[in-house]
Design a protein around this ligand. Structure first.
Ligand code: 13P
Ligand code: SF4
Length: 319
């Protein structure tokens, strides 16, 4: 406890000294979420992290999240220093979509508009026409469909499948998935719903289709927060990374939040509702990188202008 308080003090001081600001995702440790907010930074979904990092005047951003979030910040602000507590904090979607295979896939389908999820490398972004996050994917694909576009979608098959079902767009799909959301199980969720008949079910669309089918609200991390706030229920079952529980509980003190079941008791569970890469972020890591300047994110300067285009399109669309 004392060590945590000392680390927080150190981070507060270093942020000021280095003209730096913290940007945290909802899935990282509560300490990193609270400290980001308290010191003038932000805790948010991946779309707002990108916008905030681009618009904030600080010269240094400390991004607590996973690698693609740091890279997106760098692409949007190449002149800023982007630090991350752990450079190995990756994402199964990013890892499962290597640029050479992805570029070959795109080359086979030149008639399709390439729409990629933010959870990808800078090189994959540079090969795309549009970037989306889960909070704007539905609207962007829907608008493209209305203009007659056929879509090549990557990398998350579950999010892509959800958007395809909702919009009816013609989507050719890369077969990636998130190791955390892939673990949610519909049959166990159904049993839990029976035990809590008044509960509303909130689901992130990276979850499998049969889990999404049981949802009262489907959406990004920020959409889940909004739904919890606005829905008239006392109990909620939540199918997303359990880092989300911190904000859900602190912002809704009269409501109860229950984690949706995963295959957590079986040997096959790789994540058990908490992203192993998000978990690499820590107070000690933030203090260390602020002090040393180590763990700076670099993106190949040749990629930046091309990777920036699809991100700018998304930010303009959602402005
Ligand atoms: P959000 O854009 O909903 O914050 O999701 C990011 C993510 O990595 C979810 O697993
Ligand atoms: Fe990637 Fe899933 Fe972790 Fe989000 S929760 S960063 S999609 S592995």
């Amino acid at each position: 406890q004392q060590e945590r308080a000392a680390l927080k003090d150190k981070i507060r001081r270093l942020l000021q000294e280095k003209n730096a600001v913290m940007v945290s995702h909802y899935y990282v440790h509560p300490d990193l979420q609270d400290l980001a907010e308290e010191t003038g930074g932000i805790v948010s979904d991946s779309l707002e992290m990108a916008r905030f990092g681009r618009d904030h005047a600080a010269q240094t951003l400390v991004v607590s999240g996973v690698r693609f979030m740091g890279e997106t910040a760098k692409i949007l602000s190449p002149e800023k220093t982007i630090l991350m507590p752990d450079l190995d904090a990756n994402c199964s979607l990013d890892l499962g979509c290597p640029i050479d295979d992805f570029a070959a896939f795109c080359d086979q389908h030149p008639d399709r508009t390439v729409v990629v999820y933010a959870n990808t490398s800078a090189a994959v972004k540079a090969r795309s026409d549009w970037l989306v996050t889960s909070s704007c994917a539905l609207e962007i694909v829907s608008a493209l469909k209305d203009k007659g576009h056929k879509i090549l979608w990557a990398p998350d098959k579950h999010l892509g499948g959800y958007i395809q079902r909702e919009t009816g767009a013609d989507m050719l799909m890369w077969q990636g998935s998130c190791i955390v959301h892939d673990e949610f199980k519909a049959s166990e969720l159904e049993a839990l719903i029976q035990q809590h008949p008044g509960a509303k079910v909130l689901v992130h669309p990276e979850s499998p289709a049969d889990v999404v089918a049981l949802a009262d609200a489907v959406g990004s991390t920020s959409a889940i927060l909004n739904a919890a706030k606005s829905m008239d229920a006392k109990e909620f079952i939540v199918a997303t990374d359990n880092g989300m529980m911190h904000k859900l509980r602190t912002l809704n003190p009269g409501k109860t939040f229950i984690e949706a079941p995963t295959a957590g008791n079986s040997a096959t569970c790789k994540s058990c509702a908490h992203c192993p890469w998000m978990a690499m972020n820590s107070l000690a890591g933030v203090a260390r990188v602020l002090e040393s300047g180590l763990n700076e994110i670099h993106v190949d300067p040749e990629l930046i202008p091309r990777a920036r285009q699809p991100i700018d399109r998304m930010l303009a669309f959602t402005a």
